[in-house]
Design a protein around this ligand. Structure first.
Ligand SMILES: C[S@@+](CC[C@H](N)C(=O)[O-])C[C@H]1O[C@@H](n2cnc3c(N)ncnc32)[C@H](O)[C@@H]1O
Length: 308
């Protein structure tokens, strides 16, 4: 299912740093387990340049800076990173927007990256219900500087019980402010009274990332099939405990030394035992729990992923 020559989309968690505290984020939900690895590490630009090249990924179309615990714009070299990768692929950043200065965001807009602004409210009060610690005024100044400089902005609105009534206002505001797209996510995470969509299940796994020719690289350099397994990989990294089937596969397949771009090249990982055993587990009745919970044939998050 995965081959580095056919991969079209890579998600990268650039750092383990974030400036806000969303209750549904792994940083908060599993605080006790993962705290020891938070706000400690970044992927060095020189490593990223070595790991992701047109030679290793000749079909690459999109580099998406969006991890499970990061705020990508906090990376000290993010502008140079965007500049470098824009020369051979599209680049998208998922951000809370409440970082740095207008000047930074203007420069980012000029570089031609696209940005998903995580805006689940239309003013300080509604935004801060989930994006705890975010400053609406600052985000507004930043998106205006970014869009004013030609940046391609998407307004990403996660629908919760507390903000459902603001959906139409937010969409209208996104158009008035010059956002190119409005993207709604129906949240699947705990932590803030989210709207859930329940649909019938079948006994089949259709791997979302695999079908999208997509992989995930976390801030420690680990290569994983998807962002969903990253939450378990980070817990393993922080606690050294392997409780789930994925944890056991990861350990059995050599753990960090066999599945990390610091020690392996990309094809060694993708063609290696971990990716193989995860896929083999999909044969009923004993799939990796996370694969089953996330990619069983069932509708869950509703968003337009095919065309970031
Ligand atoms: C942990 S964030 C990291 C990126 C960045 N800091 C941000 O805020 O977008 C990764 C992604 O998860 C999304 N996210 C956060 N809370 C969520 C929730 N409750 N349900 C679904 N997606 C969520 C974010 O909006 C973002 O697209």
């Amino acid at each position: 299912m995965w081959n580095n020559k056919t991969i079209e989309w890579i998600d990268v968690e650039l750092t383990s740093f974030c400036n806000i505290a969303c209750p549904g984020c792994l940083r908060q939900e599993k605080k006790e387990q993962v705290e020891s690895i938070l706000n400690k590490d970044i992927i060095k630009f020189e490593n990223l340049k070595r790991w992701i090249t047109p030679k290793e990924f000749p079909s690459l179309k999109l580099l998406n800076f969006c991890g499970s615990v990061d705020e990508p714009t906090l990376h000290p070299e993010i502008l140079n990173i965007v500049k470098h990768f824009k020369s051979f692929t599209d680049v998208n950043i998922a951000s809370n927007g409440s970082t740095k200065t207008k000047e930074f965001w203007k420069e980012l807009g000029e570089l031609g990256a696209s940005v998903f602004f995580g805006l689940d409210g239309t003013d300080q009060e509604s935004l801060a219900k989930y994006r705890i610690g975010s400053n609406f005024k600052k985000v507004q100044e930043n998106w205006r500087a970014f869009i004013g400089a030609g940046g391609n902005a998407t307004w990403q609105f996660i629908v919760f019980d507390h903000n459902e009534h603001l959906f139409d206002d937010a969409e209208r505001m996104s158009e008035e402010e010059g956002f190119k797209k409005f993207r709604a996510i129906f949240s699947h995470r705990g932590g803030s009274g989210e709207v859930k969509k329940e649909v019938e299940e079948e006994k089949e796994i259709r791997c979302k990332y695999g079908n999208q020719k997509r992989i995930f690289i976390n801030h420690s350099g680990a290569v994983l099939p998807c962002c969903y397994l990253n939450s378990e990989a980070l817990e393993v990294l922080a606690t050294r405990k392997r409780k789930t089937k994925f944890g056991k596969i990861y350990e059995g397949a050599g753990g960090i030394l066999a599945n990390n771009l610091k020690y392996n090249n990309i094809s060694e990982v993708i063609d290696g035992e971990m990716f193989d055993l995860i896929q083999k587990s999909w044969e009923w009745p004993d799939p990796v729990e996370k694969c089953w919970n996330t990619c069983k044939v069932k509708k869950r998050d509703i968003f337009i992923d095919k065309e970031i």
